[in-house]
Each structure stands twice: as structure tokens, then as C-alpha cells.
Design a protein around this ligand. Structure first.
Ligand code: GDP
Ligand code: MN
Length: 396
């Protein structure tokens, strides 16, 4: 689950990570009130107004602007709230902005040497360990840095049995070229960041930029925080931060009915039990010349109700030209699933795209008979290849 910047900063701050302070606002009036409050608390005269959407590159898209007085706070907030923000990371239509973060300006006017770094914490899938990834080249596209000057990106792997060791935090500060007070502040910052990452059960932190001011403060100016969905049950306070407006509506609906669904770009919808089989089925679809339209794991109980909910989700995607159902009947019997498919189909009236059903496992032959005798426009298969051939045939 991704958080908004202002929520991510709240999480960081709760673990002692220094952040650029700010207050979220939903209207220009709230933005002015927030700016006044920040001036009282921090003494700042200038404020940055930042669009809160789940996408990076907001600065480039005009979603981050500096306001030098309260009139500007009001007019900038008025411009940004309600706009469709288009950034390199959004679709062409952009994302609607419902709220802004009014933040203290931490780039002091006249500050001749503000330094911007990049620091993230994430899982290295090759070594199976969390790592701190960091670079002196913050503020800009880290992807470009990775491509053109990869030697400017450093990694510090975290041993799960010891956590980040003090010398490692010092190494980060050293490689970033810091000394004196800034060095000390950076080791504190990195240590707190890793602690926050582990304690919040996050799957990714990306802080770009981390700012060093001329008076040696180290501050998180941006925060991209993703919490591991599987750990949300023990973080109800984070779960409450979920902003459904930012998420794919079909995926939201799927979660509500307990289905594991990921929307993809292709033309063949698939309904499978088990994540491994779902991955194999997506390969099968590709081999047959199609592209998977989704990943969908219906889980262990493929009864009529679940199958119907799954069909409904798949059919919301207008790009779907065929549906492949691939169910292995291990614990659940194939004839049960087949009956579920037939019942769901009848409940739904007509389904306009061809359906290929492959049922393998316990009572597969009875299941095939059930489907073949149902009189419905559903093709059955028992072998993997047979199913692939049938998908290929309907795609033409
Ligand atoms: P992103 O573009 O979505 O990654 O949003 P960021 O939060 O990273 O902000 C984009 C850019 O705005 C940063 O790289 C900074 O250069 C600039 N920025 C952010 N906060 C301030 C601030 O307090 N003062 C000034 N002058 N610029 C800021
Ligand atoms: Mn950023």
C-alpha cells in the first residue's frame, strides 16, 4: 500500500527521522491557515505547496511550487487543488489532486550550497536482504543516474541478524562526502530511517531529495513510502491512511471480495487457483500469442459465488477478448468448480467473450462432462497445451 507524501513523512517523523514540516490542506483557505501555523511554529516566511497524489515527478509536472507570501499560498493552492496533474509517472490524463501539503521552505533564500541526496531502503531480491541505496545525485531522476553514471549509486546491505551496524551508517555519510556536524546528522538520519523501515513493515522507502542545508541539517524533503500489504493487519493506523481514490478501482473491488487481482494490459483474462499456477498460466497465454489482461488468484474455494465475482471483475476490462480458467482440483474437487462455473455463467446471463476452462485433478473427467453437457458457450480442456491451443484458436 502506497502512502501520500504527507502520510509517509508522518510515519518517518514518528521514528525520529527529521522531515520538512508541513500541514495537509484541502482548500485554499485551509492552505492559508496551515501556512500561518507553520510560520508560528518554524519561523518560515516562505512555503512550498505540494500536490498530494500517488505519483513521482510532481515537481516537473507543476505540482510543487514556492509561495513567498500568503496571497501566493492561496493562489497556488487554488491552482493545484482540483487540477489534473500530469507527470512522467502518471497516465496521459494525469491524476486529480484532492489535497496539497503546505510545507516550510527548507531551501533558505540565499543558501549557496544546498545539497540534495537520494536515499532509499528496500529489499534486494538477489541477496534476500534489505539494503540502503543512496547517491550524491539526488533531486533528479535516479533512473537516469542508474543508467548513465551507475558508479554514483551505492548500496549498504543490512544483515537481518544484526540490523544496520553503526559503521555502515558512518560509511553512508562518508560516501556522501560529509564531514563534521553534517556527518553526524547523516548517520543519525540513516539509522532512524532503517529503524522506521523495519518497524513499519515497509516494502520501500524512497527519500529524494534528502537535503543538507548550509547549517548542516539533514532533512527528508520528499517521502515515498510503501507498506507491505501482508503486514497491514498489525498496523491499523497505517491501514486507515489508505486513499482508495488513488488505487485501481477494479483492484479495490477485488480486495473487498477477498480476491487477489492485479490489472494488466493484455487481452486474455485469466482465473486461476494458486499464485504459482497463475504465473504459469500467464506464460501459457503468452505462448499462445495472447497477453494476460490480469493476474487473478481465486484461492482455494472456487465456488459459484467466487467464480461469479471473478468473472465480473475480468469482464470490467473492455480489452478482454477471451477468458482462460485454469483450476487445479486438489483440495477442491473439479466437478464442484465446474458446477460453480456453470451456475455463475447462468446467473450472469450472456457472456460475450469465449471461455476456455481447463480443470485438472480430482474428478477432472466428470467436470469436463459437466461443462460439455451444459449447453453453454464454454470450451473445456484437460491438458495445458490443449487449453493453449484453444486460446490461440479464439484469438485468431
Ligand atoms: P517530486 O517531484 O514528486 O519528486 O517532488 P519533491 O518533493 O521531490 O519536490 C520536487 C522539487 O521541489 C525538489 O527536488 C526541490 O528541488 C523542490 N522543493 C521541495 N521542497 C522545497 C522547498 O522547501 N523549497 C524550495 N525552494 N524548493 C523545494
Ligand atoms: Mn522527489
Amino acid at each position: 500500500m502506497n502512502l501520500h507524501e504527507y502520510q509517509g513523512k508522518e510515519v518517518l517523523n514518528s521514528f525520529g527521522v527529521t522531515i520538512q514540516r508541513g500541514i495537509v490542506a484541502h482548500t485554499p483557505e485551509e492552505a492559508v491557515a496551515a501556512a500561518k501555523k507553520l510560520t508560528q511554529e518554524t519561523g518560515t516566511g516562505w512555503h512550498v505547496i505540494k500536490a498530494q497524489v500517488h505519483a513521482g515527478g510532481r515537481g516537473k509536472g507543476g505540482g510543487v511550487k514556492l509561495a513567498k507570501n500568503l496571497d501566493q499560498v492561496k493562489s497556488i493552492a487554488n491552482d493545484i487543488i482540483g487540477m489534473n496533474l500530469i507527470t512522467p509517472q502518471t497516465s496521459a490524463e494525469g491524476k486529480k489532486v484532492h489535497q496539497v501539503l503546505v510545507a516550510e521552505d527548507v531551501y533558505y533564500p540565499g543558501d549557496s550550497e544546498p545539497e540534495e541526496y537520494y536515499i532509499s531502503v528496500l529489499l534486494n531480491r538477489v541477496t534476500g536482504k534489505n539494503m540502503v541505496m543512496y547517491s550524491t545525485e539526488g533531486g533528479m531522476d535516479i533512473e537516469t543516474v542508474a543508467e548513465e553514471t551507475p558508479h554514483l549509486i551505492f548500496h549498504e546491505e543490512i544483515d537481518p541478524s544484526t540490523g544496520l551496524l553503526p559503521f555502515q551508517a558512518r560509511k553512508v555519510a562518508f560516501n556522501l562526502g560529509l564531514s563534521g556536524m553534517a556527518f553526524k546528522q547523516m548517520t543519525k538520519f540513516v539509522t532512524a530511517l532503517v529503524k522506521a523501515y523495519e518497524s513499519s513493515d515497509s516494502s520501500m522507502f524512497e527519500i529524494n531529495p534528502v537535503l543538507k542545508t548550509s547549517d548542516d541539517k539533514i532533512i527528508a524533503v520528499d517521502a515515498k513510502v510503501s507498506i507491505d500489504d501482508n503486514a497491514l493487519y498489525r498496523h491499523k493506523d497505517y491501514e486507515a491512511m489508505r486513499d482508495l481514490r488513488e488505487e485501481n478501482p477494479v483492484e479495490v473491488e477485488a480486495r473487498a471480495v477477498g480476491l487477489n487481482y492485479v490489472d494488466l494490459d493484455g487481452n486474455v483474462g485469466c482465473m486461476v487457483n494458486g499464485a504459482g499456477l497463475a504465473m504459469a498460466t500467464m506464460d501459457l497465454i503468452k505462448q499462445a500469442g495472447g497477453e494476460p489482461a490480469n493476474f487473478l488468484d481465486v484461492g482455494g474455494t472456487a465456488d459459484a459465488e467466487r467464480v461469479e465475482a471473478a468473472f465480473n471483475l475480468i469482464l470490467k476490462d473492455p480489452a478482454v477478448k477471451a477468458i482462460l480458467v485454469n483450476i487445479f482440483g486438489g483440495i477442491v474437487r473439479c466437478d464442484r468448480v465446474a458446477q460453480g462455473i456453470v451456475d455463475a455463467y447462468k446467473n450472469m446471463g450472456t457472456i460475450k467473450v469465449p471461455i476456455i476452462v481447463r480443470l485438472q485433478g480430482t474428478n477432472a473427467d466428470i467436470a469436463k462432462e459437466l461443462i460439455d453437457n451444459s449447453g453453454l458457450d464454454v470450451q473445456s480442456a484437460i491438458e495445458f497445451q490443449e487449453a493453449a491451443d484453444k486460446v490461440q484458436a479464439v484469438l485468431g
